[in-house]
Design a protein around this ligand. Structure first.
Ligand code: ADP
Ligand code: LRH
Length: 489
């Protein structure tokens, strides 16, 4: 099979991307793109699984129309969210979106029953209020007890397409239920939730074949024959696999989409007290690696601002308008939980500026500028923190994902961090997904070769740092806004 298709679904959009390796060069062709968002029903937030499955089928029909009769297929989505199935494999409840407010205060409540130090020592996973551990704790008891199987979202999509149940490891690690030492679900954490190990499927590593797209679907919708390959199903795991090889200079990645994930790949977990205090995570990667990273609120801020502004402007237009506004006028502590899912993001941003006696951004451009300036400063503070934790200087920041399109944010990030920024590829997640398929198919030797090929096949934009006037004063302002932020030169 020479065709490989990645299904990559983020919190804001999904796509099916065809990857082809010709003469040692990788090309991508987008077969289908669709929007994604959670919806609110009676005050709760849910994802629409049937819509996503429909869009996957639409994308596969596009592949068939392009003359693709056979391919391999891999699926990645955002992390942590889960689907409960009954013994017949039917969903027994709607699929909550991780920003749902039912987990408000739950992390703190669980923390009083289960020492966070113990959980971190076992799992190495950062404290985020929406980790599956907290979501399951907040879930209806009866539904949980009766669930025959608990799959994460991409596991479920594979199951619906091919009929096989599994829990893929890169994504399973974001549940905060996997034990780093035993490399399986932790019995004590499961017991705490009243769950049985059998409610989860066998842990499965990226690169394993999972059978074929069901003959019934192929026939009913006139789809290509697809061999299903388990990829790194956590989108961030795939995004990191798709980061081009960087020779000679120490680099960190910044996967820039709905979230900004800033970190490095390690071959061992770093879950000591300092890492815990700084709330860095050790999510499992493909090939026994760990993503030592920090979740930063990311482009969710601009997505929400744009939505509430009636989508009058595209992301590119918002960046353009922000570019002509005065810089560093109003800053927000963008990683504060108040921005996780406020009733009204624009009001929340304005309120935060008011509370800190800064000018209140009025126009769409001013709001966007406030968001980009604040994100760039947060990247600086977390990069410094990362350097402290790993004990080495980072020379280059590699930005991948949709945010690599934002020239203003890339330049601001270079300026404020004082590091060269290498932006691209924007579709690194689809590339990481495809790399696992191509390695499985024997078309690439390993991930090192994949990253080298990715680096040679896609244009990478360099942003060199430009001096920022009154940087010291700016960093002082940021520090005051963000007590505890570790900013140093
Ligand atoms: P996710 O996978 O989390 O849904 P993506 O990696 O697709 O996110 O990135 C989406 C984000 O990329 C958008 O929210 C937007 O901020 C940014 N983006 C995409 N294209 C552009 C563009 N042309 N200019 C500026 N920003 C862009
Ligand atoms: C990015 C992402 C991130 C998770 C969050 C739930 O899409 O998967 O890595 O922390 O969504």
């Amino acid at each position: 099979m020479t065709h490989h298709i990645a299904v990559d679904i983020g919190a804001s959009s999904g796509r099916l991307v065809l990857g082809q390796l010709v003469d040692g060069s990788l090309t991508l062709a987008e077969l289908h793109r669709f929007s994604n968002a959670f919806t609110e029903q009676e005050g709760s937030c849910f994802w629409d699984m049937d819509y996503l499955l429909n869009e996957i089928i639409n994308g596969l029909q596009q592949a068939k129309l392009r003359g693709i009769h056979e391919c391999t297929l891999g699926i990645d989505t955002w992390a942590v969210d889960y689907v409960l199935l009954d013994a017949e494999g039917k969903r027994i409840s709607a699929v909550y979106a991780y920003r749902d407010h039912r987990t408000d205060g739950v992390m703190e409540e669980v923390g009083r029953l289960l020492p966070p130090e113990k959980v971190y020592a076992k799992t190495g996973i950062q404290q985020l209020p929406f980790n599956t551990l907290y979501q399951l704790y907040a879930h209806d008891r009866e539904e949980l007890e009766t669930a025959d199987q608990i799959l994460l979202v991409p596991d479920y999509l594979y199951y619906r397409l091919g009929g096989r149940k599994m829990n893929e490891v890169t994504n399973a690690s974001t549940t905060q239920l996997l034990n780093l030492a035993t490399r399986d679900f932790d019995p004590e954490l499961l017991e705490f939730l009243g769950l049985r190990r059998e409610q989860f499927a066998p842990l499965t590593e990226p690169g394993k074949e999972l059978g074929f797209l069901s003959a019934e679907l192929v026939e009913r919708y006139d789809l290509p024959e697809c061999r299903l390959i388990c990829v790194a199903t956590h989108d961030t795991a795939s995004a990191v696999l798709g980061v081009p090889a960087q020779k000679g200079r120490a680099s960190a990645y910044l996967s820039s989409g709905t979230w900004s994930l800033l970190g490095v790949e390690l071959d061992h977990p770093l879950n000591d007290r300092r890492a815990m205090a700084a709330n860095y995570t050790n999510e499992w990667g493909a090939n026994g690696t760990y993503r030592f990273l920090k979740n930063i609120m990311g482009l969710w801020l601009i997505q929400e601002m744009r939505r509430l502004d009636g989508e009058r402007f595209s992301f590119a237009e918002l960046a353009e308008q922000a570019g002509v506004c005065a810089g560093f006028r109003s800053l927000i502590p963008c990683n504060h939980p108040r921005f996780l899912n406020p009733d009204d993001m624009i009001q929340e941003i304005r309120q935060a500026c008011l509370e800190s006696s800064q000018p209140v951004p009025q126009t769409a451009g001013e709001l966007a500028r406030c968001i980009f300036d604040s994100l760039a400063l947060s990247y600086r503070s977390y990069l410094s923190e990362l350097e402290d934790l790993i004990g080495g200087r980072i020379e280059v920041l590699q930005i991948v994902g949709g945010g690599a399109n934002n020239r203003l944010l890339c330049q601001l990030t270079a300026d404020v961090t004082g590091r060269e920024v290498l932006a691209g590829p924007t579709e690194s997640t689809a590339l990481g997904n495809l790399a696992v398929q191509m390695i499985e198919a024997g078309r690439m030797a390993d991930i090192h070769e994949a990253r080298r090929i990715i680096g040679q096949s896609f244009a990478i934009q360099s942003y060199l740092p430009q001096p920022v006037p009154q940087l010291t004063e700016l960093l002082d302002r940021w520090k005051q806004l963000h007590p505890g932020a570790n900013i140093h030169n």
